[in-house]
Design a protein around this ligand. Structure first.
Ligand code: TRP
Length: 333
């Protein structure tokens, strides 16, 4: 890697499935960024432990996510791809950052409050410490830019606060990261409730499309997508369902919204439009699904990619961690 390029870092928790929303809102852009930046993409498996998981299923999901990263075009020749839990420096830096973060700062995070309500029987320490681990993920690599959705913005703000505070207290140590909002990073909503975000853990599987759903399933889900009254195909505030479908089609076909609107201006109705969107998505995901099926069967290859990714990540992470330990006064011989 050349050192002049900016460093980009992001991760996804291996829970549920990677959806069309994750693809359009995140991974499609991650793929493009590989050409321009030094990118680090990991599977945030430690973060996922903040909610109770069935170990066997969790392991399968995490490995499947890694295979999907590769199938979606994240390239181990261009980027560093690995599992967070394979690089112990994440958890180690988290401890030192914990000692420089106030309980009040994490307790007021919106996601912590939401998750505490949702998992009232399991408000564990990890749930509250989640954003400090995320700060460690980011600061460990002297990350310049973090592509995040709106729901993670508050966590990124905290990471910045922690970095600035640490730098002031101990001297310049961390790059202060900025949010990176890619211009194409459209937000995709649920197919069943188009006023809320498409979630990868929605209990209703008709609400989302997975990047590895087969063609018939994808088309069926689009046919069932909730639409609005009327029959005009255009983006408008009172048409959340059709607007969402237009956004999806535009992102998948790399077209602008107005191009899509005029393409379908004489369309015979919502049914035909929903089918066209379903077919476009199914065609886009076919090679991803096929590559995924190849990768997921090849454990040896996945292991080799993950190991070499973790080694490269650990090398960079250790540089920062060594500096941090020295700054705070830990002895090194
Ligand atoms: N918290 C993020 C999410 O759920 C995942 C994540 C973990 C992450 N560590 C990160 C994202 C560091 C960006 C940078 O979406």
């Amino acid at each position: 890697m050349e050192d002049k390029k900016k460093i980009i870092l992001s991760g996804i928790q291996p829970t549920g499935v990677i959806t069309l929303g994750n693809y359009i809102g995140a991974v499609k852009n991650w793929k493009q960024m590989q050409e321009q930046f030094d990118c680090i993409y990991f599977i945030a498996d430690l973060h996922a432990l903040t909610v109770k998981r069935e170990p066997q299923e969790f392991r399968q999901t995490a490995l499947g996510f890694f295979a999907q990263y590769l199938a979606m075009g994240l390239d181990p020749e261009k980027s560093i791809l690995y599992f967070q839990s394979h690089v112990h420096q994440h958890a180690e830096l988290q401890w030192i950052l914990n000692c420089n973060t106030y309980v009040g700062e994490t307790a007021r995070m919106t996601q912590f409050k939401d998750k505490s309500q949702k998992h009232a029987d399991n408000i564990n320490m990890g749930l509250m410490d989640y954003p400090v681990l995320m700060a460690a993920d980011i600061l460990l690599f002297q990350t310049d830019l973090v592509p995040v959705g709106i729901d993670q913005k508050q966590h990124l703000e905290l990471a910045r606060d922690i970095a600035i505070r640490f730098n002031n207290r101990y001297g310049e140590t961390f790059t202060v990261p900025d949010a990176y909002i890619p211009n194409l990073g459209a937000k995709i909503n649920s197919l069943q409730d188009p006023t809320s975000k498409m979630s990868k853990s929605d209990p209703d599987p008709n609400a989302y499309v997975s990047v590895i759903d087969d063609e018939a399933t994808i088309i069926k889900k689009f046919k069932r997508a909730v639409t609005d009254s009327g029959n005009e195909i255009c983006v408008r505030e009172d048409k959340p369902g059709i607007s969402n479908l237009i956004t999806i089609y535009a992102a998948i076909e790399d077209k602008s919204v107005s191009e899509v609107e005029s393409e379908f201006s004489s369309c015979s109705g919502y049914g035909a439009f929903k089918l066209a969107v379903g077919e476009a998505v199914a065609a886009k995901f076919r090679p991803i699904r096929e590559d995924y099926q190849r990768y997921v069967k090849d454990k040896g290859y996945l292991e080799q990619v993950a190991k070499s990714g973790a080694e490269r990540a650990a090398y960079l992470a250790e540089k920062t961690l060594r500096k941090v330990k020295k700054r705070v006064g830990l002895i090194s011989f």
